[in-house]
Structure formats: structure tokens, C-alpha cells
Ligand binder design. Structure first.
Ligand code: AMP
Ligand code: GLC
Length: 454
């Protein structure tokens, strides 16, 4: 069958059954994304007013976090120059105020949990229980209608309510997302591809604050979850990770005891100590989702430097290096499923076999194309419409390599006792924005897979 044929049939299978998946628990990071589409003239004027030399310093090397306006503008330039995503904590109140006054084009749901809750609950109709560290009115208003719940303590009892019924007057955790298209020019720089820089004006998600409801009543909250997704560990540091990790470990033990498959949505974690700690925690997960930069960063802490370099050397990313890295990770940690995504293709390495693994990642690629095109997935109709986006031709060589190396057929192969599934994705030429596509891919694939398992 052609890839278009496989896409169409996978979509039908998942659409028919995804509404039947039971409760999915989502923890821990939810925030508000203030999305700002950068304008070259405006950015340049701000840089000049702030002092070019001071700003340029930070475009060479990112600061650890943002304490001044030159650091903010320089970090944006760092991303533009390389076409790479970066995210830093904004510590300073005056800089937070500067960003607020600079403004934004739209407010959107943010954080892996928030984005997945709206997609799974609001679009696919899968019931979700979400951890929302701070529920301000603004945050609550960004949740879609649908079976989305947060725990609320009422007279010492946990009730599950829609976030808008929570009645929280808590803080707003604002992440300023500075998006730029491919070819965006400022000073002498030109962005080689579209991407974003994120300034997180947020004291809760950045330290993985866990609410009392989740600390004290986790057993009850998780009691009828069928699946779980964990995310939000990325901003922790060697100084502050120990306490939240203890809580996460305890939560995972509860889920493991109940045989709830848990997916870890890995995100780029700059701190090496934290990355190592995540690697140690991986045996408690069923599944993990990551991109090439994230996989390379794990290979580094596993002492596989050469392999890490190979993962970042080519475009499209060398699929044999990816497969080798996935094997190493699966063997070291025992995770049953690794879902790798990169610009142009996805791979899934699983301990188990079946076309449903490939079909679920096909479905995820449609959802990703819809998200890239519109910035949001308003309903399942937009996912169907993404069928018109052409399949990426640039990765034909990737498929040829997989056929040659592993005897891949229609995206399926058996390698070293594991199943390797491959798909070329649909690439939207001029995406509206880039933030949150990875979360859309991983949650659609993980939950989609459970929907269509035989
Ligand atoms: P992440 O880097 O985890 O946020 O995930 C980004 C992923 O989104 C990439 O690995 C691609 O698979 C996908 N992606 C990025 N840009 C596009 C696009 N224009 N069209 C479709 N998918 C995209
Ligand atoms: C990170 C960011 C958040 C964004 C999300 C998208 O969690 O902090 O602002 O919405 O990534 O994947």
C-alpha cells in the first residue's frame, strides 16, 4: 500500500476507537503560552536601544537564566541565529514586566500537560485528569470543553471538576514564546529554520511544584487511570531536583503497582545531573518520547559521545544511528517502547509487535501537521484535512536505508528481537508556529496505540 493509503486507513482505525480509551492521568506541567510572532524592525530597534554589544554577547552563549533585558534579547538572537529552540527561566521582575509590556499576539494553552489535556480531552474525547500547578482564571479559561478534570479538595474529599469549575484565583504562569519563521532576518542574522525562544516567567513549573491534592491523595486520584503521561522535569537543576524526584518516584510506584503504562515525555534537560537522574528513573516507565537533540543528550550521559555526535550530524538524521541509540536506551532501562520523532520522520522501537504501533504514529503525524498548520487542533476534522499535506519526499533516502539495513517493509521490521516501525511524516511548508508539536505527536501516538491494540 502507498503511504497515503496507510495514512488513510490508520486514521480511520484510530478515529473509530480513540473515544473508548479510559482515563489518562497527566502530570505535572501546565502553563499559559503568550505567543509572540517576532517582527524584525521591532526587535532590531529594541536591541539598538538596549545596546548592541551587550546583547550580542548572549547570542554567542546563553546565560543560565534571564536577569536582564540584554540577556533576554541576546537569548532570542541565540535561537534565531541557529534556528534552535531554547527555554530559560526569567528570574527578574523588571524583565517579566518588560516582556508583558512588549505584549503578545495570542494566549494559548501551554506546558505538556495543558496541551495534551486539551488535545486528548477536548478534541479526542478521552477523559483526562490533569495536574495544573496554578489555576488562575486566565489559565482555566484556556481549557477546552470536554472530559478534562482537576482534583479539588472539598471538605477533605477529592472531587474531580473541570478546571473552569475549580474557582481558583491562583497565579498565572506565563511563558513568553518568541516565534520566528525560516529566513527571519535581524541585524546580520538569518534563521536557518523556524523555531522559538521561550522565556518562562513562572516560579511553579520551573521547580516542578506539586500540589497538595497530588501529594496527599495521589492513590485516590490515580485509582481508575488506565494510562499516564509524565512531563515537566526539564527545568530542574542539581540544586532543586531531589525533592520533586522523590515525589515523582512515589507516584510512579503507585502507577506501577496498578500496572498502569506510563509514558515519559522527555524534553531537553540542560542539567546533566537531572538528565542522569531521569535515566535512573526510566525503568519505571513503559514508554518514552523524544527528538534527536534529546536522544543525543541521553547518549551523552550514557557515555556514548560518538553516537551522540552522529545523531546531530546529518539532516535528515541518520536512522541507523537513531536505531542504535534506541537499542542502547531500551537495553539499559527496560522501557518497552521508544518513540523517536524528528523533522521528516518518526521511528518506534517496541518490545512487542503489531501494525497498531505504526498506525498510531501515522495518526500522530496527521495531528502534528494540523497543529503546525493552525497552531492548535480545533477538532478531529482538522486532523482529517491534514491528509492533504504531502508526505515528506526528503526522507526517501531514510526509508531506503532502513530497507537495506533491516529489511523494512511498509514501515515495519524486526531487529534484534524488537519491532522497529517507521513512517515518513507530513511536513507543513509554512507552519503557523512550532511550539507544542512534539506534545501533540507523543500523546496522539501513545494513546492512539492503546486505542487500537488488538
Ligand atoms: P519538539 O522538538 O519535541 O517540539 O517536536 C517538534 C517535532 O515537530 C519535530 O520532531 C517534527 O517531527 C515536528 N514538526 C516540526 N515542524 C513541523 C512542520 N512544519 N510540519 C509537521 N511537523 C513538524
Ligand atoms: C515547555 C514550555 C511550554 C510549552 C511546551 C510545549 O513545557 O515550558 O511553555 O508550551 O514546552 O511543548
Amino acid at each position: 500500500m502507498s503511504w497515503d493509503g496507510l495514512y488513510a486507513s490508520a486514521f480511520e482505525k484510530v478515529r473509530e476507537r480513540i473515544g473508548k480509551v479510559g482515563k489518562v492521568l497527566l502530570a505535572y506541567n501546565t502553563n499559559i503560552d503568550a505567543v509572540h510572532y517576532l517582527k524584525s524592525g521591532d526587535l532590531e530597534e529594541r536591541i539598538r536601544r538596549t545596546g548592541i554589544d551587550e546583547v550580542l554577547k548572549y547570542s554567542e552563549e546563553l546565560p543560565e537564566n534571564i536577569k536582564s533585558v540584554p540577556q533576554l534579547l541576546g537569548s532570542i538572537l541565540w535561537s534565531v541565529k541557529r534556528g534552535k529552540a531554547a527555554e530559560l527561566f526569567v528570574e527578574s521582575c523588571p524583565v517579566r514586566f518588560y516582556m508583558k509590556r512588549w505584549g503578545w499576539n495570542e494566549l494559548r494553552m501551554g506546558g505538556q500537560v495543558g496541551i495534551m489535556a486539551n488535545l486528548l480531552g477536548g478534541v479526542y474525547g478521552v477523559p483526562v485528569i490533569a495536574h495544573v500547578p496554578q489555576l488562575s482564571r486566565l489559565q482555566a479559561g484556556l481549557f477546552k470543553n470536554g472530559p478534562i478534570y482537576v482534583p479539588k479538595l472539598v471538605d477533605g474529599e477529592v472531587k474531580l471538576v473541570h478546571p473552569r469549575e475549580f474557582g481558583g484565583e491562583e497565579e498565572s504562569c506565563l511563558h513568553h514564546i518568541y516565534e520566528f519563521p525560516r529566513g527571519f532576518r535581524v541585524l546580520d542574522f538569518e534563521a536557518p529554520r523556524e523555531n522559538r525562544f521561550i522565556g518562562a516567567a513562572d516560579d511553579y513549573n520551573t521547580t516542578l511544584f506539586i500540589r497538595d491534592e497530588f501529594r496527599e491523595y495521589f492513590d485516590e486520584i490515580a485509582s481508575n487511570a488506565e494510562l499516564a503521561v509524565v512531563s515537566g522535569l526539564q527545568a530542574l537543576t542539581a540544586e532543586n531536583y531531589a525533592e520533586p524526584f522523590e515525589m515523582i518516584r512515589a507516584n510512579l510506584e503507585v502507577l506501577n503497582e496498578r500496572n498502569v503504562p506510563v509514558h515519559l515525555e522527555f524534553a531537553f534537560t540542560p542539567d546533566e545531573t537531572v538528565r542522569k537522574a531521569i535515566l535512573d528513573l526510566l525503568p519505571k516507565f513503559w514508554s518514552v518520547g523524544l527528538n534527536e537533540v534529546e536522544l543525543a543528550s541521553i547518549m551523552e550521559v550514557m557515555g556514548e559521545r560518538k553516537l551522540a555526535e552522529k545523531l546531530l550530524a546529518d539532516d535528515p538524521v541518520d536512522p541507523v544511528a537513531v536505531t542504535e541509540a534506541m537499542f542502547k536506551l531500551a537495553e539499559k532501562t527496560g522501557v518497552k517502547r521508544i518513540h523517536f520523532h524528528t523533522y521528516g520522520y518518526y521511528l518506534a522501537l517496541t518490545e512487542y509487535r503489531g501494525e497498531f504501533v505504526r498506525d498510531a504514529i501515522l495518526f500522530a503525524a496527521l495531528a502534528a501537521a494540523a497543529k503546525a498548520k493552525l497552531g492548535d487542533v480545533p477538532s478531529i476534522n482538522e486532523v482529517v484535512e491534514a491528509m492533504d499535506v504531502p508526505v515528506n519526499k526528503k526522507v526517501e533516502s531514510v526509508e531506503e536505508t532502513l530497507v537495506r539495513e533491516y529489511g523494512m517493509n511498509e514501515g515495519m521490521a524486526e531487529v534484534n528481537g524488537y519491532q522497529l516501525a517507521f513512517i515518513p511524516t507530513k511536513i507543513v511548508e509554512k507552519p503557523k508556529s512550532t511550539v507544542g508539536i512534539g506534545d501533540t505527536i507523543s500523546s496522539s501516538a501513545f494513546v492512539g496505540e492503546f486505542a487500537i491494540r488488538p
